[in-house]
Design a protein around this ligand. Sequence first.
Ligand code: NAD
Length: 514
Amino acid sequence: MSAPFPTKSPKTGEELSAVTATPASEVPEIVLRAREAQKTWAEMSVAARCRQVSKVKSRLLGRAEEIAKVVSEETGKPEVEALLSEALPSGDVVDYWTANAEEMLESLDVEIDRLAYPGKSGWIHREPRGVIALIQPWNFPVALPLRTIIPALCAGNAVVFKPSEVTPRSGELLVSLFKDVLPEGLLGLVLGGRDEGKALCEADVDLVVFTGSVASGKKVAATCAERLVPCALELGGKDAAIVLADANLDRAANGIVWGAMVNAGQNCASVERVYVDKSVEKALTDKIVAAVKALRPGVDIGPMTTTQQREIVARHVSEAKEKGAEILTGGEVGEGDYAYAPTVLSVKDESIALMQEETFGPVIPIVGVDSPDDAVKRANGTRFGLTASVWTRNVKKGQALGRRLRAGVVTINNHAFTGALPGAPWTGVGDSGWGVTNSPFALDALTRPRFILVDRNRAKKELYWYPYTDTLRAIAVAFAKLRGGGPFTKLGAILKLLTLLPKRLLGRDAKAAK
Ligand code: NAD
């Protein structure tokens, strides 16, 4: 096993229940069972599948407090946050897909030129991929996996889910919600770390959906490349919030503090850089510092989930301090093994890790900028591109600026919450990966198009079948002129075709060629 499961809660310090890892050698068998179950599942109508899946909603919401408790114990996030970010939006995910999947998965007619291809009709069907390996991180251990599990099942797939080794109990609870709702084995569970994740990628799966760090994402992509299995990667972020001179500074400060501190900053879409117009830099900074100082440890903000993550945060902040950043509040580890004090810094040197790498902690670096253009240039200056926000009273200007940001999601006067909207695509560019969750675009990875063509042409031969003759060549040239020439060339081509086509279709050109 690559990583032992945590045995004590970062929140309470109390012992957590024991977890048994899935031996990597058993992974192929779990995938095989999923594949068997998927065959009958895929034969059911989309409506019937959605009816089954929709039953999970009442379990999810009925057990919301239990889910919040388990997630909170494993991750350290406040229970209210787990209710708001894990349980409630997941009910919306079930509703969205079970209400819309049938229409989204409908077959599409393909338009076919009747003259060039007489008697032919074609349709695109959206076929399930088959068995999907779902490898997930620990920061939102219920909400994130459900954003793939629900649409994947509605589309006719089986899913084998490997939760993070940090949150196996949340993963087990999630899978238990589907008990007796799905055919046995259709939703498989693999408990373990990197090695078990690798074993799952190497098993007989048809797609890997991975959410996690850039480093692991690259390894997953390499493993998938060896087997030519497609993968969808949702990776880290270094999100910027741009505050223009005309922004509502109270809203911007409160929104940025929430966007940066939710889940103790352990959110792929956390605000990790603030670029503010110098004319309002002091006013905004004062408000941010006041709002951060008002956060109540253990009530509004929990400890960090892992000691390793706290070490990364401490390293980024101490390097920033050494390189001249001014700590305005926080900047040190908190009580116990996991807490890190919510931190605000004023930064000038942007070459530091705090401004280039994912920090994934409760830290807000603020940089004063000369103009909106300066802010856009700096915001686009990392390898990441997940989400970004622009804060301004001029919504038109905000949108225009937003279109210039290298990010998969841009919000004007808000940040990071749109992952909770099942109809809005969640995606990134660059090192943030290329996967898409939520919205009909998620189905592009979870299904593959199959084209079916029916030919009702009764002719013995198509025009373009053998033998190749001079007449066929002349017809090809005439078609090119008909499609690409001016009016007179087109007319000449039509006249030519009127004599050439009957000759070809009656087979006289072939006889002449003998
Ligand atoms: P991680 O990369 O350490 O682990 C993620 C998952 O991958 C775990 O289940 C782990 O066991 C597994 N894994 C690790 N190495 C593997 C390998 N070689 N082959 C197969 N599986 C492997 O990430 P983490 O620390 O759990 O999560 C935090 C990261 O996730 C952050 O970078 C965060 O930004 C990112 N994240 C991204 C999004 C998004 O939507 N873009 C959402 C949440 C989290």
